[in-house]
Design a protein around this ligand. Structure first.
Ligand code: PMM
Length: 296
């Protein structure tokens, strides 16, 4: 049976960055206690699962040391999983995948699609977890120079399909794999829009699709019309608009910093489809996680 969490609608994966330097939340939730509290708040707001990351992939940024990444994420994953959360871990390292699945992580979200660490597929196959395989062409230090495509949709799709084949050949069960076109990774803004327009090309590969656009640079240009002096958080409404489009196309999940507007956008699409807004909200966890939150 697949290890991928399922629902009758698009799910929301709330982002918990345990980094001092994330471009979109500026290290607000750095530190174990703050990160756990933030995760619990996202769950209370309706997140279906959490994505915990200890290494920033901001364009141009240098890598985080392995020991530091482990120090940041392991206790956060352990505490959130112990509280019943479905935890994904955003990592390119097999060692981090192994250590976090051992303390309760159920999904490994590898933005490098297995390219950064030759041991990743083996680690995932042995650990037994769901695996997000994202399109990637190189580390953040110079990824902006790798955005040359003749036809971005077919090339990204084919590169993802090739990695999917390799992961399966290495022993990762195909039923456990989720695909992601990697919006903003080695892509220009126009290429990001083109991939979103043609997201169905990725669903056609036969696996669930995850999309991450939250607060990303390419949304800056649409927001500029109403907010010339914008911060990344000013892109949350634009992010929700993309979420609605994805929900309409039956995308498996969206990875976002903000949760409530995303859940609302998904509920609206469900209602427009005639499913009724109640169907979209009955599985909400509001309350459950708020009660377990530490007093502040
Ligand atoms: N984007 C970021 C980090 N991890 N994971 C997946 N699967 N897809 C993405 O698009 C993605 C990701 C970069 O965003 P952040 O620095 O705001 O977390």
């Amino acid at each position: 049976m697949s290890r991928i969490p399922s629902a009758s609608r698009t799910q929301v994966m709330g982002i918990v960055n345990v980094t001092p330097d994330s471009f979109s939340d500026g290290g607000e939730h750095f530190g174990t206690e703050a990160a756990v509290r933030h995760g619990l708040r996202l769950l209370a707001e309706g997140a279906d699962m959490l994505d915990v990351g200890g290494e920033s992939t901001r364009p141009g940024i240098a890598r985080t040391a392995e020991t530091e990444e482990l120090r940041r994420v392991v206790p956060v994953v352990e505490q959130l999983a112990a509280r019943g959360a479905i935890v994904s871990v955003d990592t390119m390292r097999a060692s981090v995948a192994r250590a976090t699945v051992a303390v309760g992580a159920r999904i490994i979200n590898d933005v490098s699609g297995g390219l950064a660490d030759p041991e990743m597929y083996d680690a995932v196959a042995e650990a037994g977890c769901a695996y997000v395989l994202m399109h990637w062409r190189g580390h953040s230090t110079d990824m902006d120079r790798r955005s040359s495509y003749h036809d971005v949709v077919s090339e990204v799709r084919d590169e993802v399909a090739a990695r999917l084949e390799l992961a399966v050949a290495a022993g990762v069960p195909v039923d456990d794999i989720i695909l992601d076109p990697g919006i903003g990774f080695a892509k220009t803004r126009e290429q990001d829009w083109e991939l979103l327009r043609h997201v169905d090309a990725f669903g056609a590969l036969g696996r669930p699709v995850l999309i991450g656009v939250s607060r990303k640079r390419f949304l800056g240009e649409v927001v500029a019309g109403t907010r010339p002096e914008q911060s990344p958080k000013d892109r949350d409404f634009a992010t929700a608009a993309v979420t609605g489009w994805m929900a309409e196309r039956g995308i498996w999940a969206v990875r976002t910093h903000e949760v409530r507007a995303q859940r609302d956008a998904i509920a609206v699409v469900q209602a427009l489809r005639g499913k009724g807004p109640r169907d979209a909200v009955t599985d909400r966890v509001v309350g459950t996680f708020l009660d377990s939150e530490e007093p502040r």
